[in-house]
Design a protein around this ligand. Structure first.
Ligand code: ATR
Length: 257
């Protein structure tokens, strides 16, 4: 999506992927800086490690405690986080959802789940139900919300009544034989208006298929991928991201059409 966007704007830039062992992350960042790269994106497992390696943190990285975008400014590495805003932009755009006052069931309390939970609370959702395989992790996230966002009601476990939105932030669904991340004996999708699966490959996970069958509005994680990238593009280039070009490039590369 970035290369398509550079081409569309006539920028002689290139976006390349490098696989870096976490033990070499500092050297990789320093190397990119020394070679006058404009910036970097980081993904799992580098986002938390990089926080300590920045010369400065933008408010977005400070707030979410993770860096997914670096801009090199006069040999200084500035860390940003474009993931959290992308969640909300994608939910609004793809599901036409008003988050303020909404009731949300969030599955997963890893990196993506924690950021989503805190971001939704900061958007003034009324109630958050948090479910995760490892209870200690979800308790810790609930604790952070109670501390920072006291107006959002937070509970660990499944809701007893209907919700506006169910979000999957676990990695269950990435592999074809994965079970659904939602135990429908504990919570029926008939009780949900909309379902968002952060997974975008495959385009239709078991969760999305059951949600469609239950009559829910659905969307997969492609919008999140797009919007975190578009924001990073703007941070590096200072230009408005050509969203349609980027979306088409993603669809073509990921789904082949
Ligand atoms: P990410 O950065 O993508 O969030 P992560 O931090 O490794 O990645 O989190 C993965 C999430 O998927 C966690 O919520 C994890 O549950 P645990 O906290 O219990 O590990 C969840 N997950 C992964 N595999 C799972 C499985 N087989 N069953 C249930 N949950 C699973």
């Amino acid at each position: 999506m970035h290369n398509a966007a550079f081409a569309a704007l006539g920028l002689d830039w290139r976006y390349l992927a490098f696989e870096v062992d976490p033990k070499n992350l500092r050297a990789a960042i320093e190397g990119a800086k020394a070679m006058n790269f404009a910036g970097l994106n980081l993904t799992v497992p580098h986002k938390l490690l990089a926080v300590e390696m920045m010369d400065a943190l933008d408010e977005s990285a400070e707030k979410w405690g993770a860096v997914n975008t670096i801009r090199f400014d006069n040999a200084r590495a500035i860390g940003f986080n474009t993931d959290a805003d992308a969640i909300v932009t994608a939910l609004r755009e793809d599901l036409k959802l008003e988050l303020r006052g909404a009731k949300v069931l969030l599955l997963g309390a890893g990196g993506a789940g924690r950021t989503a939970a805190l971001k939704l609370a900061s958007e003034s959702v009324a109630e958050l139900f948090l479910v995760n395989r490892t209870e200690t992790k979800v308790e810790a996230v609930a604790g952070e919300i109670i501390e920072h966002f006291p107006l959002t009601k937070v509970a660990v476990g499944f809701p007893k009544s209907a919700v506006d939105l169910v979000i999957n932030a676990t990695s269950l669904g990435l592999k074809p034989d994965d079970a659904s991340p939602l135990d429908e004996k504990r919570f029926s999708l008939k009780q949900a208006r909309a379902v968002y699966d952060m997974i975008y490959r495959p385009a239709e996970t078991k969760l999305i298929a059951s949600a469609k069958a239950a009559g829910c509005k659905t969307a997969n994680g492609l919008g999140m991928l797009l919007h975190q990238g578009a924001k990073a593009f703007e941070i590096w280039t200072g230009k408005t991201a050509p969203l349609d070009v980027m979306r088409r490039a993603l669809e073509k590369n990921i789904y082949g059409h």
